[in-house]
Write a protein that binds this ligand. Structure first.
Ligand SMILES: O=c1ccn([C@@H]2O[C@H](COP(=O)(O)OP(=O)(O)O[C@H]3O[C@H](CO)[C@@H](O)[C@H](O)[C@H]3O)[C@@H](O)[C@H]2O)c(=O)[nH]1
Ligand SMILES: [Mn+2]
Length: 719
């Protein structure tokens, strides 16, 4: 008899209809617009600024076209964990947590993530938690020892009283008890006891003295903090891989690959949960939810990973920086879920170990060694994963742990001449290892699903300053651009390997950094023409004007519709417009430049981890919805200059229009400048009306004024 499905999938029929109808109209308008531009070129030889404008319109149209793939067939999924087999039938899971820098990622917080993962609602003998410490910090190791001790009280407490908040920090700071059973005297007593233990645990982690350490130069250090002798507590392992100054370590992807190998010889679980060190488990049932997909006979064989959305515990109501990446997780990932599956998102996913081993046709041991490296134990583990039925739950014939072998696997030379990072494991060709690894998995025919339950499965810390947001955005866009200009460019590499719609989704993100080009052109050139009184858009009341207006207003209001229909507010929509423009002129621009420089060999790849310790003052500004312009001039000047340029040309253009009476011809440009000025009102406020520490420094305003006036002056000569 066929077993019933373990999950339900519901297509979003209503939004599919709206989306497709809108796409059709918008597409026709774009064709008309491009026709208008091309035919005008036949009448008159285009000048360079004109060609740039046309190129940016063409590029925007193409990016828009790609984005329609996300809207084509969105679905949502509901796992049905009550249908899962009994505990003893469930497959084992290895949890990988990555930490890199004890200053930016305080060990107490990292240990909270570790504890929340150990406390997942899953048979403890089938759960193993590995922490990678790229900082090689004794503080983190000490923290792990303390966490391991505290877990012996924390885990039984959570299980006994059915606690839902299994991240101790959250549990002890939340005002209401999140209990399955009602409160009892016994519970209160136990809670007090555990609370004291937690305080002691916190103190001892904080007090640990940090010795002289070198995060980029240290030998491998591995410690099993808790073996499986106590069946009630998951295995806990600390791993700090070897790092040497002149050896590339490939950042997080490199760290994950070391964990993949060490866990291979230690537990070799068929499934892996990957977490960033700040992403604690907020719902202990996520493992069971994920298994509803991995064990569902309908989809299991081709399913590589179950992605949960990234959600954050520190998002303010207005979220001015769109740190929650709303569109990604609310619109795009459900959209891709109706195709081949969402993009891998770095953290909060349950991956099938086998999928990371590269679908290689491996026959003999020699070949295996060339691909996976020289460790016999590891090769055995790969063989085991490839040969055995994943849901075969017999305890694997695990050998006693060999520290030496594990250290060998954590050596920085281990991967030399192998396929690690090229075809096996998490891939190294881009700093957005998640996007790139997921992309290659989809190219190889694997699928993924998106699971977005109402109680967030994981919660992390989002960037809450403009500075952090832009630095992070620059890294992401550099990584995306790296893929776009490599031989893996989705439009070339993926077309024969995945569906057209899935290719468009990957292509959209790969092209995202190029929004910067279009934005730079459209926020400077029409303004330059306006300043000089030269019309470049059709005159109001002509039918061509209507086409331009439709394209602009269509996108503007479609975005509003998407935000509102997915539970966002008008303010969210407006914030997204604002931050999109700021990110385009900074993060997207610098990301593109960074990738190009890496490409020609002028720069090396880098991964600056984000700051997870928030500064009270800065956080208050974020919570109040006030932009914090304390950032480098390099990041701030572009947007300030752009806003000033638009203000100047708007005033100059309107004055000229009033004198000459040509408003019908110039309306398009006036409107565009006005739009840039209005959307960037917070920048103007930061420049002219604010006096607090987060306002735009006067030096930056002056520099930006000089830049924009120079542009207008030189540009007017060229025209
Ligand atoms: O050399 C490094 C650098 C970072 N990390 C870890 O990587 C994780 C993500 O770093 P973070 O500083 O939080 O960067 P984010 O930009 O917030 O990370 C997002 O973007 C990354 C890709 O750029 C993804 O890997 C992440 O999962 C995703 O959350 C953290 O746990 C770090 O400790 C390492 O292990 N080694
Ligand atoms: Mn992060």
């Amino acid at each position: 008899m066929k077993s019933p499905p373990l999950h339900l999938s519901t297509p979003h029929i209503y939004s599919t209809i709206i989306n497709r109808s809108y796409s059709l109209f918008h597409f026709m308008a774009l064709i008309a617009l491009l026709y208008y531009r091309l035919s005008s070129f036949l009448l008159q030889n285009p000048t360079l600024p004109y060609l740039l404008l046309f190129a940016s319109e063409l590029l925007l149209s193409f990016i828009w076209l790609c984005s329609q793939a996300y809207l084509w067939a969105p679905v949502s999924r509901t796992p049905l964990p009550q249908r899962l087999p009994e505990n003893k039938e469930l497959p084992a899971i290895d949890v990988f947590i990555c930490a890199a820098d004890p200053k930016k990622e305080p060990p107490v917080e990292v240990m909270n993530t570790v504890l929340s993962a150990m406390a997942l609602d899953y048979p403890p003998e089938k759960l193993s938690v590995y922490l990678s410490d790229d900082g090689g910090s004794s503080l983190t190791l000490k923290g792990m020892r303390e966490a391991s001790a505290f877990a012996r009280s924390w885990l039984p407490f959570c299980r006994r009283f059915g606690i839902k908040n299994r991240c101790p920090k959250v549990y002890f700071s939340s005002l209401e008890d999140d209990l399955i059973h009602s409160r009892s005297m016994e519970y209160e007593e136990e809670k007090e006891k555990i609370k004291k233990e937690y305080e002691k645990f916190k103190e001892s982690v904080k007090m640990a003295e940090e010795s002289e350490e070198n995060a980029i130069d240290h030998p491998p250090a591995i410690e099993v903090l808790h073996d499986k002798s106590d069946k009630e507590i998951p295995l806990l392992v600390y791993v700090s891989r070897e790092k040497r100054p002149h050896q590339p370590h490939h950042f997080k992807a490199g760290a994950l690959n070391v964990l993949l190998r060490i866990s291979g010889i230690l537990t070799n679980s068929p499934y892996i949960l990957v977490l960033d060190c700040d992403m604690y488990c907020n719902d202990p049932t996520s493992a069971r939810q994920a298994m509803c997909f991995h064990l569902d006979p309908e989809i299991s064989s081709s399913l590589a990973f179950v992605q949960f959305p990234q959600k954050f515990h520190n998002i303010s109501k207005s979220d001015i920086y769109d740190a929650q990446l709303r569109t990604l997780f609310v619109i795009r990932w459900p959209g891709m879920d109706g195709l081949q599956g969402p993009i891998l998102s770095g953290t909060g996913f349950y991956m099938k170990r086998k999928a990371l081993y590269g679908n290689l046709p491996l026959k003999d041991v020699e070949q295996l060694k060339q691909s996976f490296g020289l460790s016999n134990d590891f090769i055995m583990s790969v063989h085991h994963i490839n040969q055995h039925n994943l849901h075969d739950n017999k305890e694997s014939s695990s050998k006693p742990f060999q520290l030496q072998e594990a250290q060998f696997l954590a050596n920085c030379n281990y991967e030399k001449q192998t396929l690690w990072g090229k075809q096996i494991g998490f891939l190294y060709d881009s700093v957005v290892e998640d996007y790139f690894t997921g992309f290659i998995l989809h190219c190889r025919g694997w699928t993924s699903v998106f699971c977005n339950p109402s109680r967030p499965a994981f919660l992390g810390s989002a960037t809450t300053t403009l500075n952090d947001t832009l630095i992070q955005g620059t890294r992401w866009n550099s990584g995306l651009m790296e893929v776009a200009i490599s031989r893996y460019c989705p439009f070339i590499y993926a077309l024969s390997r995945m569906s057209l719609l899935q290719t468009m989704c990957y292509g959209y993100l790969a092209l995202q950094p190029l929004y910067s080009f279009s934005l730079w052109c459209l926020a400077t050139l029409p303004q330059l023409y306006l300043w000089n009184g030269i019309p470049i858009y059709p005159k109001v009341a002509s039918s061509w004007f209507f086409i331009f207006a439709f394209v602009f207003l269509g996108s503007f209001f479609k975005h509003l519709e998407e935000v509102v229909s997915s539970g966002g507010s008008i303010q969210t929509w407006w914030n997204e417009q604002q931050i999109w423009m700021i990110k385009s002129v900074t993060a997207y621009t610098y990301g593109s430049i960074d990738a190009m420089m890496k490409w020609v060999g002028l720069r090396k790849a880098s991964f600056v981890p984000t700051n997870k310790v928030s500064d009270e003052g800065k956080f208050t500004l974020y919570q109040k919805g006030k932009f914090n312009y304390q950032t480098s001039t390099v990041l701030l000047a572009p947007i300030v200059a752009l806003v000033i340029l638009n203000m100047v040309s708007l005033v100059g253009g309107v004055a000229r229009m009033l004198v000459t009476g040509t408003w019908k011809h110039m309306f398009g440009q006036v409107f565009l400048s006005l739009y840039v000025v209005v959307v960037n009102f917070p920048v103007i406020e930061g420049m002219l009306m604010r006096k607090d520490e987060g306002s735009v420094p006067v030096s930056v305003s002056i520099l930006s004024l000089i830049l924009s006036l120079t542009f207008l002056y030189l540009g007017s000569i060229v025209l």
